[in-house]
Write a protein of this length. Structure first.
Length: 189
């Protein structure tokens, strides 16, 4: 089941997610329900009695939201390395005290609220916020080896609680987004 999901369904959920990723919790839950349905159909004695979050961990799967955010971070890193063209994202210097950070464009306060909401969901804002949350060694990584960056990113992300919204399960963070989970994770250390 997992192989079928990864080869036939997951590519459709991931396709171009850097641009279309939903931010409304209802839409995030609908996409997560696809994976939740599949995980519930896997019959494995290791998964008996586990809740959805524990099953994700046991199967070494990310939630759909975490996958999309991971892709945003990777895409922002590619932009910082000039491996992607056509995106005008500014970065601070890697030699500054805080390291390389994506510069978030200023908010136009006179813009209508729907424009402000669209701005918050954009690659330049949400992607930049996610990129800036990453540890200094990831943000300052200066090499063209995307596989090495992905491996280092996965080592960091695997420790952050991945707790998608499911009925009956409560989490300390406001949402499963790394924007809410990372600060709580870092406070625990």
């Amino acid at each position: 089941m997992l192989t079928l999901f990864k080869s036939l369904i997951q590519p459709h959920l991931d396709y171009c997610c850097q641009l279309w990723a939903p931010s409304c919790q209802e839409d995030i839950n609908k996409i997560e329900a696809v994976q939740c349905s599949l995980v519930a159909r896997i019959h494995d004695s290791r998964l008996n009695g586990l809740n959805y979050w524990q099953k994700l961990s046991a199967l070494k799967l990310y939630s759909q939201e975490r996958r999309r955010e991971r892709y945003l971070i990777i895409f922002m890193w590619k932009i910082s390395q000039e491996l992607v063209s056509g995106y005008n994202v500014q970065f601070s210097s890697t030699y500054s005290r805080t390291g390389r950070k994506a510069i978030i464009p200023p908010l136009v306060t006179s813009a209508p609220s729907r424009i402000k909401q669209a701005r918050e969901r954009s690659l330049k804002v949400k992607g930049a916020q996610l990129f800036n949350l990453m540890p200094l060694h990831l943000r300052n990584s200066d090499h063209a080896d995307i596989l090495m960056f992905k491996n280092h990113l996965d080592l960091y992300i695997c420790d952050i609680p991945d707790q998608p919204t499911r009925s009956g399960l409560t989490r300390a963070a406001q949402s499963n987004s790394s924007l809410h989970q990372v600060p709580i994770y870092e406070l625990s250390f």
